[in-house]
Design a protein around this ligand. Structure first.
Ligand code: ACO
Length: 431
């Protein structure tokens, strides 16, 4: 907080409100509007929260104009190059890079809490084989609240830690169970000797009938995608987790709410939507037709994987993923990559188009991630689940941060009411 105040005056009544200005470590100042209703009798109106800071946070910083993303102050490019997902998870949760013994303890904790209660595992049999994996994952994560209630006292920091570790450790197992159920294969139990992504790949692709060796190229690619997706400050799903969690609800329910929010095509569902779009476009000569459709206001079609609420220059994660897609496809020996070639061409055409230039619409993180997932053999319907595994770290981190924030209150927005004025009930016969 500073002594600086923004001053608001109602020109009709002459009433004033002094809005205290809070200065962040980096980024634009934030005006506290809490006194506005008391002083002026007015609320603020900001659909989609485009100009509203909903909380204070020390986790992630984004500069959308400059294309900057940092976790706990560390640029995403450095983390993607030098770190790994488990270390990043520790960094996000605890605020500092771990020392060797801290990392070893954390890694062991996560590796040794990957199994699910057998009864929870049986839930999957209740889903139809063609249920969307995000529906299964959301439902099963919510069901965790009926199982692990030895440690859900949200005001106990130790319980919060146990929950965080459990959630991060078990989400790959839940994701893999959803996948195995959808392809009708037997569930594969986690293996503690494998690292986070190796274990996930093994649970996905191992079958009892033959040996499966984790491909280190695939595990490394997945690890990097998970680093890039681990957190993104107050995005739709994270804000949902905070809002749900703010009532003090069981934390597994709050994470399930985050999964539900992530699923939408405007958010985490975009990676699946991008591949659907590329398949529909089909060939390079069709691109102009679809670019024109995306520009046509009367056509609901949008270029999926383009545009972002915060990034108004290139999404830094998209740059990393784009480079990685080249490497992964080469290393996996994929030389015939029509979908990737189509994506590269579409990007080039859109980036030169006045409509996309004027509206600052650039590829976002999901424009290329689906291409990599597909090269790893992960089916389209699982893409958003992969995103959810990584983002679970961010959700849990924000949930923990919220509960230890001295300014924390239940989330409860106000509204601009535009409904009917008071009127009297009319009996059915008189309507
Ligand atoms: N294709 C065509 N036009 C677009 C696109 C697009 N992908 N994205 C935005 N626009 C246009 C809008 O029509 C609007 O035009 P107008 O000003 O003439 O009305 C303008 O650009 C601004 O778009 P908004 O929808 O108002 O921007 P908002 O910040 O609300 O939405 C969003 C951001 C949801 C990401 C949007 O760009 C979009 O729908 N993109 C496609 C879906 C997608 O890729 N989502 C993933 C986001 S990243 C993530 O969640 C991990």
């Amino acid at each position: 907080m500073t002594d600086k105040l923004f001053k608001l005056t109602d020109p009709e009544t002459g009433k004033h409100s002094d809005l205290p200005v809070r200065v962040p470590t980096i980024g634009p100042p934030v005006a506290g509007v809490g006194s506005m209703y008391r002083d002026l009798g007015a609320f603020t109106y900001d659909p989609g929260y485009a100009a509203t800071a909903s909380c204070q946070s020390a986790v992630t910083y984004i500069d959308g104009e400059k294309g900057v993303l940092m976790y706990r102050g560390y640029p995403i490019e450095q983390l993607a190059e030098h770190s790994n997902f488990i270390e990043v998870a520790y960094l996000l949760l605890y605020g500092e890079l771990p020392k060797p013994d801290q990392l070893e303890r954390f890694d062991t904790t996560i590796r040794t809490h990957t199994m699910l209660n057998e009864a929870l595992l049986r839930f999957f049999n209740g889903f139809h084989y063609d249920a969307h994996p995000m529906a299964m994952v959301t439902g099963v994560v919510a069901s965790m609240s009926a199982f692990y209630h030895d440690s859900t006292n949200v005001s106990d920091p130790e319980h919060r830690d146990i929950f965080a570790h459990r959630m991060i450790a078990k989400i790959p197992t839940i994701a893999a169970a959803a996948y195995k159920h959808s392809v009708g294969q037997p569930f594969v139990y986690p293996r503690n000797e494998l690292d986070y992504c190796g274990n996930l790949l093994n649970m996905f692709f191992a079958v009892p009938a033959s040996n499966y060796e984790v491909d280190p190229v695939a595990a490394e690619a997945l690890d990097m995608l998970f680093i890039l997706h681990a957190d993104h400050e107050q995005n739709c799903s994270t804000s949902t987790v905070r809002l749900a969690g703010s009532s003090g609800t069981n934390p597994y329910s709050a994470i399930a709410a985050g999964n539900a929010a992530l699923w939408g095509p405007a958010h985490g569902g975009a990676n699946e939507a991008v591949i659907n779009m590329l398949e529909t476009i089909g060939s390079v000569d069709q691109i102009p037709k679809f670019v024109n459709r995306a520009k046509d206001k009367s056509d609901p079609f949008r270029l999926m994987g383009f545009g972002h609420r915060v990034y108004k220059s290139y999404d830094p994660r998209a740059s990393i993923i784009r480079g990685m897609a080249h490497r992964v496809l080469n290393n996996l020996g994929r030389t015939n990559t029509p979908l990737f070639d189509l994506a590269l061409e579409l990007e080039q055409i859109a980036l030169k188009d006045d409509y996309f230039v004027e509206k600052n619409l650039y590829p976002n993180v999901d424009f290329y991630s689906g291409i990599i997932y597909r090269a790893l053999g992960i089916p389209k319907s699982m893409f958003t689940v992969m995103f959810a595994i990584a983002r679970t770290v961010g959700w849990v981190t924000h949930w923990r941060e919220m509960l230890s924030d001295p300014e924390f209150r239940i989330g409860r927005p106000r509204q601009l009411y535009i409904g009917a004025e008071q009127r009297d009930y009319a009996a059915l016969s008189e309507r």
